[in-house]
Write a protein that binds this ligand. Structure first.
Ligand code: SF4
Ligand code: SF4
Length: 166
């Protein structure tokens, strides 16, 4: 898939290199938990995670991933029996009682690094509004530079050409 876009695809383009989209992560952790979903990983991302944790890629695959119809994903753990709420296996709720944090932050998958700038989230104004119902950082902070959005969107497309949002 080509990564170039026509300018009119970028409905959110603003002035002076900025977009009309505001975002600032509050580190609420909501994007790492919720209904059953997927955190997709490719081979390169598995190797990064394995190196970060200090295990082999094969061990990383066995312990922390499973196959879904659309590809390999990190596993999740239900926060309480029949709660319907699933944490990413790397979400750490104990180290800091005030916050849920990513225990593999420096090696987190592209899907996590590029959120919320996934193609599905920025497709049109309603998809952006919908993303904002799950992420409290959307609509907060300053207007994000358009180049930053392009880089993140393209990185997500390159790592995982066909993905759904969580
Ligand atoms: S849901 Fe949004 S604000 Fe909360 S941690 Fe994820 S990106 Fe940040
Ligand atoms: S790898 Fe880290 S950032 Fe990504 S979903 Fe899991 S806990 Fe969240």
């Amino acid at each position: 898939m080509g990564l170039t876009r026509r300018a009119d695809d970028e409905w959110y383009a603003g002035k002076d290199g900025k977009s009309t989209l505001r975002f600032e992560c509050t580190q609420c952790g909501a994007c790492c938990t919720g209904p059953e979903g997927a955190v997709h990983v490719n081979q390169r991302e598995v190797r990064m995670l394995a190196k970060h944790i200090g295990i082999t890629a094969e061990e990383c695959i066995d312990r922390y991933t499973h196959m879904l119809p659309e590809g390999r994903s990190l596993i999740e753990r239900e926060t309480a029996p029949d709660s319907g709420c699933f944490d990413c296996v790397f979400l750490d709720r104990t180290s800091d009682p005030q916050r849920a944090t990513c225990s593999v932050y420096d090696a987190r998958p592209t899907q996590c690094r590029t959120f919320p700038w996934w193609p599905d989230n920025i497709k049109n104004p309603s998809s952006w509004r919908r993303a904002g119902t799950h992420c409290e950082g959307i609509g907060q902070g300053g207007y994000v530079p358009i180049e930053h959005i392009r880089v993140q969107r393209n990185a997500q497309e390159a790592a995982h050409p066909v993905r759904r949002g969580s």
